[in-house]
Design a protein around this ligand. Structure first.
Ligand code: FA5
Length: 342
């Protein structure tokens, strides 16, 4: 084949390919054009390349050079068309939208009702001069029982009433087993061991008991512990503080009725149980009393010098009464539809 004919067929092909790529109006049409012109097996360019073999030997370098140039131009035209079509997709994505359509509300979480209750309780007791302190949830025998006047023979130590940990802590407390604390009264001891009177603290946290879950019991719950030690503290102070606390939390004296019943706790004498009115009856809110002289002695205080009161209230029950929740289990089922109400 004469060189001029070969070059002419290359130029004509390049023009046809450029037109086909430029007018393709979809990715499928462009791909079809690519196969037609640039297809490796039977594309037009491949066919023209076959003619290269019949060009005069002396013209072959010029013919090959031009062939590569044309091939490059056709590939470039294909890429330009590809970009044009991709740009069209981007354009359609940024088409104007209907500003009157309702927006998608972002769901913002909030604090769990128990956390809210705890914060509010800290706030109220803080205004009454009580400082919040924390204690460990894994306790030893001394702080959970012994120092609280609960001797080895006491039924409160029963394995059926406590979550003892499987391993005894080596070299500690005569290797008596540790346990998940069953009451926040443990913190009273920890504070008094380290602090000289007067003491005025609260402690809020989780406690654990193998109680069967029902409407008012759960195996893990929270208590608020209060402790006031000073000269001349009496039962009247205890009742006043608890009444003030309930008035503030429930929003006035007419919102809640509180009653005190004589009771027994090994670490207080006298002891009371504190109830609040609820659903036409009474619900036990907590226990309280004057700190037993044996407890004061166990932490190195002189019961002739100082007296004090302590109380431990169930946080869940107070939260339930406030919000009209009739089953404690609802607080721990993590149903967002329920929790989002508070
Ligand atoms: C005590 O735990 C004493 N430590 C309270 C105390 C502190 C008395 C200081 C004297 C001085 P009690 O076992 O009654 O007491 O528990 C106190 C409160 O915790 C109960 O009144 C109740 O409101 C709550 N409570 C007890 N068991 C559960 C439970 N399984 N689920 C939810 N709340 C509970």
């Amino acid at each position: 084949m004469a060189l001029a004919d070969f070059l002419a067929s290359l130029d004509a092909l390049a023009q046809q390919a450029r037109d086909a790529f430029a007018t393709a109006n979809s990715a499928d049409a462009l791909e079809a054009a690519r196969i037609e012109f640039l297809g490796a097996k039977s594309g037009h360019l491949r066919q023209v390349q076959k003619g290269l073999g019949s060009v005069e030997k002396s013209d072959k370098p010029a013919a090959g050079k031009r062939f590569n140039e044309i091939k490059g131009l056709m590939e470039q035209a294909f890429e330009t068309a590809q970009e044009r079509l991709a740009g069209r997709v981007r354009e359609s994505a940024s088409e104007p939208f209907d500003v009157t359509l309702p927006g998608q509300t972002v769901r913002v979480g909030h604090l769990h009702p128990i956390t809210q209750t705890i914060r509010e309780m800290k706030d109220i007791m803080g205004r009454l001069g009580f400082t919040a302190v924390e204690g460990p949830e894994i306790e030893d025998d001394w702080h959970n029982f012994e120092a609280l006047n609960i001797p080895l023979s006491h039924p409160a130590r029963d394995p059926l009433d406590n979550f003892y940990l499987a391993t005894a802590e080596k070299g500690c407390q005569d290797e008596k087993p540790l346990l998940l604390r069953s009451q926040t009264s443990t913190v009273q001891i920890r504070v008094m061991e380290k602090t000289a009177p007067p003491v005025r603290i609260i402690s809020l946290g989780r406690v654990y008991r193998p109680d069967t879950a029902d409407a008012t019991h759960y195996p893990m719950f929270h208590q608020i512990e209060g402790l006031l030690i000073d000269r001349g503290v009496t039962m009247a102070d205890l009742k006043s503080v608890l009444r003030l606390f309930c008035q503030s939390y429930f929003g006035g004296d007419d919102q809640v009725h509180v009653r005190f019943r004589p009771s027994f706790f090994p670490f207080t004498e006298p002891s009371v149980e504190v109830d609040m009115n609820w659903q036409g009856g009474w619900m036990e809110m907590g226990g309280a009393g004057m700190v037993d002289p044996n407890v004061l002695r166990a932490v190195g205080y002189d019961p002739e010098e100082v007296t004090g009161f302590a109380f431990g209230l169930g946080v869940e029950r107070i939260c339930m009464r406030q919000h009209g929740i009739t089953d404690i289990r609802a607080l721990y089922q993590n149903d967002v539809r329920f929790l989002s109400q508070f």
